[in-house]
Design a binder for this molecule. Structure first.
Ligand code: HEM
Length: 301
C-alpha cells in the first residue's frame, strides 16, 4: 500500500461529484506559490482530489517526469480536443450543498493566481451487477478496473523520491452523449457498440472489432495498458454524458487506448463515437498527500 496517494483516487466513485477547472491568470507568476500553499491544507485527497497541469508545474520552475500536455492526434478520423487546464479539483461526497460550500473555499484559496473557468457536476447513476455505477446509456462502467494491489500498481507512481511517490496522472475527457442517436439503435446494436450485454453485463464473445471493450481491452496492448477509471455521468439542463477520468502511473496506457479508439492503430474506430464525442481533453498530475494535506514538495513548495 502506497500511503501517500490521494485516497479519493482509489476509493469508489462517490454519489455526488463536482469538477472545477481552473486556468492561470496574469497574476499567476507572482501569486502562484502562495495560492497553492493556501490550497494544500484544504486538500485531504479524499473529499477533494486535486491535479496540476503542465503549465502550472512549469511556471513554478519545477519538473514532474511524465507530465505533458494532452496530445493533438492530427490523423484521427474524429475531433479529439486538447483543452489544457492549469488546475483540476474533483469534489466528492453525498451532499451537493456541502460540495458547493467546499468549492467556494477552494476558489477563494486559489485566487488571484487561478481563475475558475468551468464547473461540471457529476453523479452516480444506478448500480450494475458488479456494484459499479452505470453510464447514462445503462451500461455498468468500471467492471474491468484493476482492484486492490493491481489498482495501486496501475494508478500510482512508485519511484522518484519524496513528493513523487504516491502521485498519479489523470486523463480527463468530458464526453457529450447524443442519447437520441443511442435510443435509435436496436438493443443488439447498442450491445455491439459496447461489447457487453446491458441486461446482465456479460461480455459478448462475438462483438465486432469496433466494440468499445474490444478497442480498449487492457491486456491486448503491448505493454499491457491498465488504468483506473473513475468516471461519472454529468448533466447540464438536457445536455449529458460521461466525465471520463482515468488515473495512471503514467499517461501512456490511456494514450494507447485513445489512439486505438480513434482508429490510429488499425483504422477501426470505436463504435462509441456513433453516440458520443469528447468535448475536452486534459492531463494533470495529482500530487501525493502527507499528514492529511497535499504534498507539494515535488514542485518546490
Ligand atoms: C463515452 C465515453 C465512454 C463510455 C460511455 C465508456 C463506457 C465503458 C463501459 C460500459 C465499459 C465496460 C465495462 C467496464 O469494464 O468498465 C468500458 C470499458 C473500458 N473503457 Fe470505456 N467508456 C468511455 C470512454 C473511454 C475512454 C475515452 C477510454 C480510454 C481512452 C476508455 C477505456 C476503457 C477501458 C480500458 C475499459 C476496460 C476494457 C477491458 O479491459 O475490458 N473508455 N467503458
Amino acid at each position: 500500500m502506497v500511503n501517500a496517494a490521494q485516497p479519493g483516487i482509489l476509493a469508489p466513485a462517490p454519489r455526488v461529484g463536482r469538477y472545477l477547472f481552473f486556468s492561470l491568470t496574469a497574476a499567476a507568476p507572482d501569486a502562484l506559490g502562495a495560492a497553492l500553499q493556501r490550497l494544500a491544507p484544504l486538500v485531504d485527497g479524499a473529499t477533494v482530489v486535486v491535479g496540476l497541469g503542465a503549465d502550472t508545474v512549469r511556471m513554478l520552475g519545477a519538473k514532474v517526469p511524465g507530465l505533458r500536455a494532452f496530445p493533438v492526434l492530427d490523423n484521427a478520423a474524429m475531433a479529439l480536443p486538447s483543452t489544457p487546464i492549469a488546475l483540476w479539483c474533483w469534489l466528492r461526497g453525498d451532499d451537493a450543498g456541502d460540495i458547493l460550500l467546499a468549492s467556494r473555499a477552494l476558489v477563494r484559496a486559489l485566487a488571484p493566481a487561478f481563475a475558475l473557468d468551468r464547473v461540471l457536476d457529476g453523479f452516480r447513476h444506478g448500480e450494475g451487477p458488479n456494484g459499479h455505477g452505470r453510464d447514462l446509456t445503462g451500461y455498468e462502467d468500471g467492471t474491468e478496473n484493476p482492484r486492490d494491489a493491481e489498482a495501486e500498481a496501475a494508478a500510482l507512481v512508485v519511484d522518484g523520491g519524496a513528493g513523487l511517490v504516491g502521485g498519479s496522472f489523470a486523463a480527463l475527457q468530458q464526453w457529450e452523449h447524443d442519447l437520441d442517436a443511442f435510443e435509435r439503435m436496436t438493443p443488439q446494436r447498442q450491445d455491439d457498440m459496447v461489447g457487453r450485454r446491458r441486461s446482465d453485463n456479460e461480455e459478448l464473445d462475438d462483438a465486432p472489432p469496433s466494440a468499445h471493450v474490444k478497442r480498449t481491452a487492457q491486456e491486448s496492448f503491448t505493454p499491457e495498458a491498465f488504468v483506473l477509471r473513475r468516471s461519472m455521468p454529468w448533466a447540464e439542463g438536457m445536455r449529458s454524458g460521461l466525465m471520463f477520468v482515468a488515473f495512471g502511473c503514467s499517461l501512456d496506457a490511456f494514450e494507447a487506448q485513445l489512439r486505438r479508439m480513434a482508429g490510429l492503430d488499425d483504422g477501426v474506430v470505436d463504435a462509441l463515437f456513433q453516440m458520443s464525442r469528447p468535448v475536452t481533453g486534459a492531463y494533470v498530475w495529482c500530487p501525493p498527500v502527507q499528514g492529511g494535506q497535499l504534498d507539494l514538495r515535488a514542485v518546490g513548495l
